[in-house]
Design a protein around this ligand. Structure first.
Ligand code: PMM
Length: 290
């Protein structure tokens, strides 16, 4: 559908800068309870400073979210989400940072765009709020279509697939069609397999192993593996062993960043930027030697 490949072959996203390598999206969760960094940046000043630090460490974009999507999480109300997110988006955008807003709510997306967000990252791919697609279409900003089957509170029971690659790509294709029919320009779309969302470790690893099938959808790809449960499982080395805590999964995250960049991901979304910034540069250098 989207035939614009851009200079790097990983696709171009209209309305965003272009890099000659996989971009690095740093994460600022303005939440008391995100599974990997909850509570650490739960204050506007600290969150803006964290975003600027991530840019100094090599982030190309900063993703700001005010609602935890960890498995089992309950939802935050809209007023509280606005209160968390909008000042941080404004603070970072006013410093010239390319900001993405991580929200499932149309009102939050619209207010964040008004405050300077350049990209809307909706983990539900427009399914959670019927107002989301029209709001993003009207705002004329890029949109992340992530593979999603339901809210965090019940998503683990939805991790059932006969063929995870075929089903995730088919469900993403259906969402892409819905989003484009709803008025968001195809050249503004990014696609994301939604690692860990209604997926177990085997599903996540299979999706990483078959990124070519995801890329064949024809859109720039965002990969967000950072600190996720499947990495804990891999590092524990066996299903019974206790996984290392989320904040001890950054080296493994950087390894995934290198793998994803090498396979043509447009961007990787990570909590700890420095190692991933190196990883995508190594991947770029290897590509340059082809
Ligand atoms: N994962 C989380 C939050 N936002 N956005 C996109 N596009 N893709 C993801 O996989 C994704 C996301 C959950 O991780 P966090 O709460 O630790 O940041």
């Amino acid at each position: 559908m989207n035939t614009k490949r851009g200079a790097t072959g990983r696709g171009r996203v209209a309305g965003l800068p272009e890099w000659d390598r996989c971009a690095v999206m740093g994460v600022v969760n303005v939440t008391p309870d995100s599974f990997s960094d909850g509570g650490r940046w739960f204050d506007t000043t600290a969150a803006v400073k964290r975003g600027l630090d991530l840019v100094a460490q090599g982030a190309d974009l900063v993703d700001v979210g005010g609602e935890s999507t960890r498995p089992g999480a309950s939802r935050v109300d809209e007023e509280e989400e606005l209160r968390r997110v909008v000042p941080v988006v404004r603070g970072l955008a006013s410093e010239g940072v390319t900001v993405s807003v991580d929200t499932m709510r149309a009102a939050v997306a619209a207010r964040a765009v008004d405050a300077g967000a350049a990209l809307v990252n909706d983990v539900s791919g427009g399914l959670a709020d019927p107002g989301m697609i029209p709001a993003v279409a009207a705002a004329e900003v890029p949109f992340v279509v992530m593979h999603w089957r339901g809210f965090s509170a019940g998503m683990n029971s939805l991790a059932v697939y006969d063929d995870v690659i075929a089903e995730v790509t088919a469900e993403l294709r259906a969402r892409i069609e819905a989003v484009v029919t709803g008025g968001i320009a195809p050249e503004r779309l990014l696609v994301d397999p939604g690692l860990g969302f209604a997926k177990n470790a085997e599903h996540d690893l299979a999706l990483l192993a078959h990124m070519a099938d995801l890329r064949a959808l024809g859109f720039p790809l965002l990969v967000a593996a950072s600190r996720k449960r499947f990495l804990g499982r891999v590092l524990a080395g066996g299903s019974d062993a206790t996984p290392p805590p989320a904040r001890e999964r950054d080296a493994a995250t950087a390894a995934v960043s290198a793998i994803a960049a090498h396979q043509g991901a447009w961007a990787v979304r990570v909590h700890e930027v420095r190692a991933t910034a190196d990883a995508v540069r190594v991947a770029r250098a290897v590509e340059g030697a082809l």
